[in-house]
Write a new protein. Structure first.
Length: 256
């Protein structure tokens, strides 16, 4: 074989390797191994509507980021959106941390600083960061189908605005892709609104993920509820674990 042919063959092999890209299956395993059990349950929940009430320092935004990367690496051209209290809030909680995670996992991605979007090179999956600080901003999401929608700090959103976002903007098109909507947050001061109704003790519109196999929940189609505490987060030292093992969700709301 001539030198020219050798060079052409080597170039084609390098191109095939580049086209093959990252090992997404390995990346997903690495992501899951980095989570504590409560986070892992949330990341793996295949329900359509999920909620998590988490003590401060429990790593809720960490598992939200993991869910996005799991979805984006398993669904070609996935369309995902992260909703913060405002655009600056969304950027503060997710943007830099997402870049670091992508770099550590060696995922090729393009970041658009103006639009706050992250697009995976290998399969075109995209995550967009937005703020929900007013109705005009929320309406920009209307009429668009999504694979994954996450609302962070759900207890801090104005109850009426959150209800509008979920019921009138996101839910009508969520079924187009069989998408998932999740909300998470710490307990707030306002004992009202959709997030409180889902996470309150004795809620009739949610059931605990840990009870999903009980006979009465076989055909459950409402909210799947998760909860974990600060001591579940192995990154938090024992001196910072300010809640006893007997904490209940009611205490989280009462002590907010």
């Amino acid at each position: 074989m001539s030198v020219r042919a050798d060079l052409l063959l080597a170039g084609r092999k390098r191109q095939r390797t580049a086209d093959a890209g990252e090992d997404f299956a390995l990346i997903r395993r690495t992501l899951l191994e980095s989570l504590h059990p409560g986070q892992r349950d949330f990341a793996l929940d295949r329900g359509r509507r999920l909620a998590a009430i988490v003590g401060r320092g429990g790593g809720k935004t960490t598992v939200g980021r993991a869910r996005y990367l799991l979805r984006m690496t398993e669904t070609r051209r996935a369309k995902c959106v992260y909703v913060g209290l405002s655009r600056p809030h969304a950027e503060e909680l997710m943007w830099r941390q997402l870049k670091e995670a992508v770099e550590q996992l060696e995922i090729r991605a393009r970041f658009n600083e103006t639009k706050l979007t992250c697009t995976l090179v290998k399969n075109g999956a995209t995550l967009k960061l937005v703020g929900a600080d007013d109705k005009k901003e929320i309406d920009k999401l209307r009429g668009k189908p999504w694979h994954e929608v996450g609302i962070d700090e759900a207890a801090a959103h104005a109850p009426k605005l959150l209800g509008y976002l979920v019921d009138e903007v996101i839910t009508p098109r969520l079924g187009d892709y069989g998408g998932t909507l999740w909300m998470m947050g710490t307990a707030g001061y306002v004992l009202d609104g959709l997030f409180y109704q889902i996470t309150m003790p004795g809620s009739e519109i949610s059931r605990l993920y840990t009870e999903r196999e009980k006979p009465e929940y076989i055909d459950w189609d409402k909210w799947s509820l998760h909860r974990w505490w600060v001591w579940d987060n192995t990154l938090v030292g024992h001196r910072e674990r300010g809640c006893s093992a007997g904490c209940q969700v009611s205490h989280l709301w009462q002590e907010a």
